[in-house]
Write a protein that binds this ligand. Sequence first.
Ligand code: ADP
Ligand code: ZN
Length: 725
Amino acid sequence: MQKFLQTRAVPVMVPMPADGPYSYAVPEGTAVEPGSIVRVPLGPRLVAGVVWDGEGGAVDPKKLRPIDHVFDCPVVPEEMRRFVDWVASYTLTPPGLVARMILRAPEAFDPEPWIEGLRKTANEPDRMTEARAKVLALADGGLTWTRSGLAHAAGVSSTVVEGLRAQGVLATEMIPPRPVVARPDPGFGKNLLSPDQRQAAAELCETVGNGGFAVTLIDGVTGSGKTEVYFEAVASAISAGKQVLILLPEIALTQAFLERFHDRFGARPAEWHSDLPPRMRERVWRQVAEGQVRVVAGARSALFLPFPELGLIVVDEEHDPAFKQEDRVFYNARDMVVVRARIGDFPVVLASATPSIETRVNADQGRYRRIVLPSRFANAALPDIRAIDLRRSAPARGSFLSPVLLEAIGSTIARGEQALLFLNRRGYAPLTLCRVCGHRFQCPSCSAWLVEHRFRGQLLCHHCGHHEARPEACPECGTFDHLVACGPGIERVAEETVALFPDARVIVLSSDMLGGVKRLRLELDAIAKGEADIVIGTQLVAKGHNFPNMTLVGVVDADLGLANGDPRAAERTFQLLSQVTGRAGRTGKKSIGLLQTFQPEHPVVRALVSGDAETFYQREIAERERGGLPPFGRLASIIVSAGTRGEAEEHARQLRRAAPQAADIAVLGPAEAPLALVAGRHRFRLLVHGERRSDMQGFLRAMLNAGPKPRRTVRVQVDVDPQSF
Ligand code: ADP
Ligand code: ZN
């Protein structure tokens, strides 16, 4: 016991699915504090972890292993540690797995190395040559150069530079690492705001200016200048010496945003997303931790950057499903932002043209402040939206574009303007079948049809990535040449478009295109510059882009997404179609949106056509309230998967039996999950439905603890506040 007290132990959160931190001994002469990033032994490996709060715990000192190394790195702030604990508890995720999201830039824990540079001294060279003169002319400016940079700029070989250094004409000097971005200047390029915008900005800054926790929703139609307005909040946070985080759903593809930020603040924000090169990632992480980076524009994972002075978070397109992560840690970044801000006691701005029902209800009930921007900026008008009733204006056989839409495309491109055809389905056709025996091509490991991708010559599963070549003959009956593609994907719409408009410049955009993000960026740029007449795309083109010459948006299948029985389907479809039709009419030109549909009377179609979003919202909200669905009630989904159907179902049943008695929470199921088979795993789902104030987490924890111990072959995934239910 005596000995134990002499060994100082601290809790260290390691990136492992453990229930909490592990204890480690602090070696003599080593200084650590809560938040220190350390390297510790874990089994046979060394891993990075964070010194956590509280006591080290009573551990047999003989078993206590020592901390191996303390990184020379800013500490993970206390707010961040509390946030990790909160997220872990809310999502029922082991805290180590949440903490791992902070530790995603391992090389950044060591300081960035200084670079060796060269600088001119007062010494003269023994003799002057032409090459030496060139070098010295450059070095005369008082700047420090890297060796290769100086040689390159002077157009000489590096031996010339080295010779000058050897003679002491140039002296080495260490250069600190360069900042990844310059400091934004809040007063740099402020636009003149319209009266509406000015009023909105004033209201916003009134809330944000106090600095304390508050959530404001900017609810403004596409093109109303929401960005312009929240930039004012960003400016005031920067002026107040705070760091700012702006979350965007598709930051890798909305590079124009960075330019716009630059125009306003004279410097770019630092970017954070999964397409960032690793080296850049590490530098951004480090410089955020050091407080050198003041503004980050990032994807949802940016929420786990170790900002020491965070004072404002903006979530643009707050309704977007991309903010929900459904992998390992199941969380909605939009909701976690609000928690993060409450912990840090600072304001949040949510912006959207079509707020989520959750956010809208929070605003209606007074928890959030709502600021409305009702019209587009300047002389831009919203597109005139009409439904094309496919029962009356049916496309020709084998075609997916109705005569009305075709005519609109023709006249749009004849005027030299751009048309966008939107279909949220990748590939050529969602189903391939044999006309002779009716055989359908299904994924061998998922309950899903294989989608034909004709450009690649493959049948592809969109759930597990399984692919096979499209055969000539039916594998079932052996008949040749009788396989037919059923239904459209964007490749098929592109094929039809090219055939009908042979002279038009057509660009097809979807996330599975060869060339990845780089290529997509170039294509988006080309579209914005007017280098395409017709654009055909999936939801990628819907988000945030500004295509000045686009005056027609045709939605190939407005019913897609309405049919899947999910209570959120109507909301989702309304948001997506508002956003995609909002790509049209960004300048003064008259623009239209055409929705091909078999159900022109559907509330979503009616809302889009009439422009009366309010009726739609009130109806959706009333329906949610009647059913006790979020945000009027609480939901969690538990997916149990296993290699066999029986094992998955049995485990789910036992789990259900383990549910505690509660008057305000009910467990529904198990039933086969909406995707009953994914990548060879059979899936059963339990839905847990509670009242608004129910202790959902307590209930789930009790159920999981009392339930069967998961065997290795069984996986249990808990999703609190699931996206679809
Ligand atoms: P939203 O975010 O609401 O869709 P944006 O902020 O992107 O709207 O504004 C739409 C377009 O109008 C952008 O091209 C933007 O540059 C322009 N714009 C909006 N407000 C102003 C303003 N006050 N001054 C100059 N341009 C503006
Ligand atoms: Zn599959």
